[in-house]
Design a protein around this ligand. Structure first.
Ligand SMILES: [Zn+2]
Ligand SMILES: [Zn+2]
Length: 169
């Protein structure tokens, strides 16, 4: 819960918040992702007079699967975000603020809002490391651990010279 009782009455005022909280798993399409530890949320909130302008940082680890080698690994999230919390009375007057978070009390939960920010910042695919070789598309061998012989078989001899190039000989 975020308590802005004082801040919302102090135009021009700034307040810092920090909390550490357990979040339920994230559901993304068919996949479910579990957080490995509580999420840390830092907020610097400024009362602009019409809204509370938020600069935040989120840290946490998510258990995910590498889309190249299919191994589970820990994806470390750490990102900054901006947000705006608008008191209900101002929101009604101003319809341009559709993206803003609307609140009507001194104390409110922003858990769902935090989850939205997390979803927005997740990459399209999780890859365990820049150097991950993935699985052989033909035999399924994990090329990080082993090599296989089928890799080059399908390559058109005319392209073989190019593939040598790509490997940066
Ligand atoms: Zn991988
Ligand atoms: Zn293979």
């Amino acid at each position: 819960m975020l308590n802005v009782a004082e801040l919302r009455r102090t135009v021009g005022g700034t307040e810092n918040f920090f909390f550490r909280e357990d979040f339920p798993p994230l559901q993304l399409g068919e996949s479910k992702y579990f957080f490995q530890s509580p999420i840390e949320v830092h907020l610097t909130v400024n009362n602009t007079g019409k809204s509370l302008f938020v600069e935040g940082r989120i840290n946490g680890g998510l258990e995910v699967m590498c889309s190249k080698c299919l191994k589970n690994f820990s994806y470390q999230m750490s990102f900054d975000f901006e947000d705006e919390f608008i008191p209900e009375k101002y929101y009604v007057e101003n319809h341009d603020d559709n993206d803003a978070f609307v609140f009507d009390k001194d104390e409110f939960s922003i858990d769902e809002r935090i989850q939205e920010h997390i979803l927005l910042h997740l990459p399209m695919r999780f890859i365990c490391s820049d150097s991950c070789q993935g699985l052989c598309p033909q035999c399924g061998t994990d090329l990080n651990l082993n090599s296989c012989t089928c890799v080059d078989n399908d390559i058109d001899p005319r392209l073989a010279i190019l593939s040598k190039w790509n490997k940066g000989v």
